[in-house]
Design a protein around this ligand. Structure first.
Ligand code: FAD
Length: 545
């Protein structure tokens, strides 16, 4: 996150840090009470019944039929943006079918009596200035309030993450920024600096075709093999090849891979790993280019804005279980979960804004018609996200509570303060959102293990992570709910970003069925999901490649 700023803060602070190591906070552990407080809460997640219902429904042929020009399946960011584009640019009669009771997909949010909070995606880095549709959407929703004389966007202050933005708990102290510097030896600091310089070069690097080596959307990046071949090794291997061996640096790069991909550096394509640092090149009139946009409910704020003009078109609680071709039309069969009734829509065209692991189950197309797709190449990292309602903001030595709070050496990504953007200096009912990717070479195993755990197991695991920085946090927690994302993020493993399988999966079927999901980009980020939705809708209506 915010690699450029990381570098600047890192340079300023590394000399401060060398001034002296603080005392470790471990003596505080001696004061922890002996009987453990049990933390109440619930286990949540996307509709667990869906898999079972899918199997049950597969053989049912619905008797109720209606017709539409277009059906969009999936109400995540990609489906919603496809629908918005369609509404603004065509007169097609369409509807969007979403399995859950709420739209938003991985950008879902929740609330308690005091505040809203994210359950998944929680920030949008300032988008690159050539993402014109995304900038227009942000302007329509007053996130961008205008453009200066040089054409740079002016962002609304309330949407820009307030200071203090990020801190890292390292060597017993909260330092500013996430690039390790507090108490970090000189030799490691040099390596970290060299790495950040290399990433700054990669940001500006262009291929022989004149395109940026790393950009967003990923598909607009250079085809130059000098860069694309980085997809054939892991990020960890790339570091070693470049004689970057510092443990502190490896921790930081690993943290970044987990943050954007849910994978460790040893399982992440080096092309994707470098893209994390080099793909973003935003410029703004009124803020650092590396600042992020965020809201108390995270990116659900954006999902709600996408949904707003679409109310008439959206149907939630509808599980699509079969998509097939019937007499020149696309037949979309779905189960109305609340009514337990089966329906068919005969549509001229259809957009599947669902991940490929879902398409594998619902798409019923003969191989010669384009149904022969290699889904095995698509693998997904599971995640656990917890929202903890606290009595009071967590305390600590060093930089004060920030929006993003990370613990060096932790398996987790730390937590964000949901109340951060609410203009309260000392929130009375704070909620922190804790992020735990579950990386494993075998994601199916990690998924199984995640589904087996109960709320109390997660609570203990999460508290153990938090106690590394906040020894007394257990007494401070009023409630801890956990959400399991079994297929949270597409894993950009070696060879996937520029592999044939991904390219083949986005090809439309007979100019009738189109595909839009962030997994078709190879990485899970808002900008790519938004782009995938618009690209699919444009292709469908205008025949654009
Ligand atoms: C824990 C977590 C944190 C994240 N944090 C960030 C972040 O901070 N910033 C960021 O940019 N990105 C983040 N992401 C990535 C996020 O996934 C993308 O930004 C984006 O939300 C993906 O949108 P999508 O539409 O491509 O996919 P999805 O969100 O997967 O949407 C697919 C939709 O299809 C629906 N669906 C599935 N099957 C069916 C069916 N059979 N019938 C009908 N509907 C169906 C689903 O319910 C879902 O609503 C995060 C992801 C996770 C898991």
């Amino acid at each position: 996150m915010a690699a450029e700023k990381g570098r600047r803060k890192f340079l300023i602070q590394s000399f401060k840090a060398l001034a002296g190591l603080p005392l470790a906070g471990s003596i505080l552990n001696a004061c922890v009470p002996e009987t453990k407080k049990v933390i109440p809460g619930k286990l949540k997640g996307p509709d667990f019944k869906a898999g079972h219902l899918l199997r049950k429904a597969l053989s049912v042929v619905p008797t109720q039929t209606e017709t539409k020009d277009v059906v969009i399946i999936g109400g995540g960011i990609s489906g919603l943006s496809a629908a918005c584009w369609l509404k603004q640019n065509s007169d097609q009669d369409f509807c969007l079918l979403e399995l859950e009771e709420e739209t938003g997909g991985n950008s879902r949010g929740g609330k308690n009596a005091h505040t809203v909070f994210p359950w998944g995606a929680h920030y949008l880095p300032l988008p690159n200035n050539d993402l014109t549709e995304l900038l227009a959407f942000l302007q329509e929703n007053e996130v961008i309030t205008g453009f200066n004389a040089a054409g740079l966007p002016i962002y609304r202050d309330e949407c820009l993450c307030f200071d203090p933005e990020e801190r890292l708990y390292i060597n017993g102290h909260w330092q500013e920024g996430l690039v390790p510097n507090w108490g970090v030896p000189e030799a490691d600091l040099k390596q970290i600096n060299r790495f950040l310089e290399l990433m700054a070069e990669m940001k500006q690097a262009k291929g022989t075709d004149g395109k940026f080596a790393f950009t967003i959307p990923i598909s607009a990046s250079s085809a130059d093999e000098n860069f694309r071949r980085l997809d054939k090794l892991t990020m960890a291997e790339w570091l070693i090849q470049n004689k970057l061996t510092s443990d502190y640096l490896h921790w930081y790069v690993n943290y970044c891979c987990r943050d954007d991909f849910g994978t460790d550096a040893k399982d992440t394509s080096a092309w994707a790993g470098i893209h994390y640092f080099a793909g973003r090149k935003a410029q703004a009139a009124n803020t650092d280019p590396d600042r992020v946009l965020t809201w108390p409910e995270g990116n659900n704020w954006l999902a709600q804005r996408l949904r707003k003009p679409l109310e008439k078109h959206i149907r939630t609680g509808k599980l699509v279980y079969k998509v097939s071709l019937v007499k020149g039309n696309v037949a979309i069969d779905y189960l109305d979960i609340a009514q337990n009734t089966y329906h068919r829509i005969l549509a001229g065209k259809c957009i599947l804004a669902t991940p490929q692991f879902v398409n594998e189950r619902i798409l019923n197309i003969q191989p010669e018609q384009g149904g022969n797709r290699n889904y095995k190449a698509f693998s997904y990292a599971p995640w656990a996200v917890a929202n903890l309602a606290l009595e009071s903001p967590p305390a600590g030595r060093g930089v004060p509570l920030s929006w993003d709070n990370v613990v060096y050496g932790s398996k987790s990504l730390g937590y964000v303060l949901a109340n951060h953007q609410q203009l309260q200096i000392y929130p009375e009912n704070p909620v922190i959102t804790f992020y735990l990717p579950l990386p494993d070479e075998d994601p199916a195993k990690a998924r199984r293990m995640a589904y087996e755990k109960k709320q109390e197991d997660w609570a203990e695991l999460i508290l153990a992570e938090l106690e590394k920085a906040h020894p007394f946090i257990r007494e401070n927690v009023k409630n801890l709910d956990v959400w399991i994302w079994g297929h949270g993020m597409i894993r950009p493993s070696v060879g996937f970003i520029w592999g044939e399988e991904k390219a083949a999966a986005e090809k439309p079927v007979l100019d009738k069925i189109f595909f839009a999901h962030t997994d078709l980009s190879g990485i899970s980020i808002f900008e790519e999901a938004f782009y995938q939705g618009i690209r699919a809708a444009q292709r469908m209506v205008e025949g654009k490649a």
